[in-house]
Design a protein around this ligand. Structure first.
Ligand code: AMP
Length: 538
């Protein structure tokens, strides 16, 4: 027997519509490039998102066409997040920190048709423009300056449209947004989020036991809107009508603290590197910021150490730990303390909070050890696998990656973990050969392959080593060819043509050999042990 309920598609359209009707006066504050604050409202965002939808329609955008963005976190980016999907387009946020070759590859692979770019990011666009194929490029006058004549002004594009936009009837499994991840080996991979996935993700994210985002919140997403689906926050915030405070390009600790104080932020989200900086600033300038409310923080992207939890608690900033991936939209676990553990000592609670948390509703997790599925005993480790309604089932047009999913439909995360008898996940290591520096990926394999093309290098292994600010930084172990002398500076210059500056190893150490496994692969675990206490200050 079938239920008698309506078959109502879960799409972004009702999210935008509700914000326009119920929360037109709620503010969205954006920090501009010159540091001034610009205020708008959901009422305005509603009108402008629909204008954008109509303008794209008039420009000939077809269902499923990709509209790329190269933008900081500010109100025009929110418009794109909403306006593109409601008209049947696919919002594709580009990571402005990538090397031009990678940006060109990603835009071409996604077959992006249009690009919306902040004027202050035109140099990034120019760096890969020759190798990209956008049909039209709209430049947002974010800095308030004049748009160069060679470009189309985003504001003119919007003004030229009428207010006749009518929502097309969308199916809930149609694509709404996409995001590429470099968190895999080889070329970046695209994840395509359906409307249904984003709606269910938003509903779950707003649960008190997850992010608890509500109409009463003042939300500061210091996590980039060009990373991991903007952590889902543009959709969830709009769905509940939370006031948004968008930091623009100013994501340093002091600017964030100024915003938290000035706008009375109640909830902020970012990777640990950002919060290390905030903690250091709070310690350096005692009493400088008068922060009235306790601030809730959602922190993930890399492991949150207990010291950071304790440090920020002292200043009234309470971190909830999250584990997730671009492939998981990204919410997968959150570090709530279950009511049955409320009796634990403070020390034990910190230990629990430093774990990655328990699975969110509808997210299923398992650890696959050497003997098959591991018991939830907090000791047996293996690769963490995940499935659920907002977890990627494939990458975009990358059939060679099919082995990232098991035959029975679980996604292999590449993270090594345990799950304890209470359901808390603890990430122990990464089986994927990658380094995460301040929330951005660096491929050790790509660096090694490039280094081994240098005429003076016989072998090179690159590992991630713990770093006090960036969590991990790359260190290269080099075996030089016999009788050849190679200098670190020469190797850096050699790599600089192919990699973004922040991806280059911070240290090159020279060795006579690299330890290997029985099958001849580099024994990275041994190298990581050997350099675990590397002093970056040297
Ligand atoms: P991304 O797709 O760039 O968001 O990266 C996802 C990856 O970041 C995961 O597979 C983990 O390796 C890592 N990661 C994310 N959150 C955490 C966390 N809370 N603790 C440890 N690693 C994390």
């Amino acid at each position: 027997m079938r239920g008698t309920m309506m078959d109502f598609p879960l799409t972004i359209q009702p999210i935008l519509e509700r914000a326009g009707k119920l929360f037109p006066a709620v503010e969205i504050v954006s920090r501009q490039p010159d540091r001034s604050l610009k205020s708008t409202t959901y009422g305005e965002i509603y009108l402008r998102s629909r204008r954008l939808a109509r303008a794209l329609e008039l420009a000939g955008m077809a269902r499923g066409d990709r509209v790329a963005t190269l933008m900081w976190n500010h109100s025009a980016h929110l418009e794109a997040y909403l306006g593109v999907p409601v008209s049947g387009g696919v919002l594709h946020s580009l990571n402005l920190r990538l090397h031009p070759d990678e940006l060109a590859y990603i835009a071409n692979h996604a077959r992006d048709r249009y690009l919306i770019v902040d004027d202050v990011l035109l140099p990034v666009y120019e760096s890969f423009r020759a190798n990209a194929n956008f049909e039209r490029v709209f430049v947002v006058p974010f800095s308030g300056g004049k748009i160069p004549r060679a470009h189309e002004n985003y504001e003119d594009f919007l003004s030229a449209a009428d207010d006749e936009f009518v929502y097309p009837l969308l199916e809930e499994n149609e694509a709404a947004a996409m995001c590429f991840t470099s968190g895999t080996t080889g070329k970046a991979k695209g994840v395509v989020y359906s409307h249904r996935a984003l709606v269910l993700h938003s509903l779950t994210q707003s649960l008190t036991d997850c992010f608890g985002i509500s109409h009463n919140d003042v939300l500061l997403p210091a996590s980039s809107m060009f990373h991991a689906n903007g952590w889902g926050l543009p959709f969830t915030a709009t769905m509940v009508g939370a006031k948004l405070v968008l930091p623009g390009p100013h994501v340093d600790a002091e600017s964030l603290l100024d915003l938290i104080e000035g706008e009375k932020v109640t909830l902020a989200c970012a990777v640990p590197t950002v919060w290390f900086g905030v903690l250091a600033a709070l310690e350096k300038y005692p009493g400088r910021w008068k922060i009235a409310n306790p601030v809730r923080i959602i922190c993930g992207g890399s492991a949150v150490p207990e010291s950071l939890l304790r440090g920020l608690d002292r200043f009234g900033f309470h971190i909830t730990h999250l584990w997730g991936m671009t492939e998981t939209a990204p919410l997968a676990t959150t570090g709530l303390i279950k009511s049955t553990l409320a009796h634990c000592t403070e020390d034990d609670k910190y230990k629990i909070r430093a774990k990655q948390g328990v699975p969110a509703p509808f997210v299923e997790l398992r650890v696959m050890g050497a003997q098959g599925e591991a018991p939830w005993d907090g000791a047996t480790s293996g690769e963490l696998e995940v499935r659920g309604p907002w977890i990627a089932a494939t990458y975009f047009e990358a059939p060679e990656t099919a082995d990232r999913w098991t035959a029975d439909g679980w996604f292999r995360t590449g993270d090594v973990a345990t799950i304890d008898n209470e359901g808390y996940v603890k990430i122990l290591d990464r089986s994927k050969d990658l380094i995460k520096s301040g929330g951005e990926w660096i491929s050790s394999v790509d660096l090694e392959n490039a280094l081994m093309c240098h005429p003076g290098v016989r072998e090179a292994a690159v590992i991630g080593v713990a770093h006090p600010k960036w969590q991990e930084r790359p260190l290269a172990v080099i075996v030089a060819k016999e009788g050849v002398s190679v200098q670190p500076e020469e190797l850096r210059e050699f790599l600089a043509t192919k990699f973004a500056k922040w991806q280059l190893p911070d240290a090159f150490v020279f060795a006579t050999e690299i330890p290997r496994t029985s099958v001849g692969k580099f024994l990275k675990t041994k190298l990581r042990e050997q350099y675990a206490n590397w002093n970056w200050g040297r």
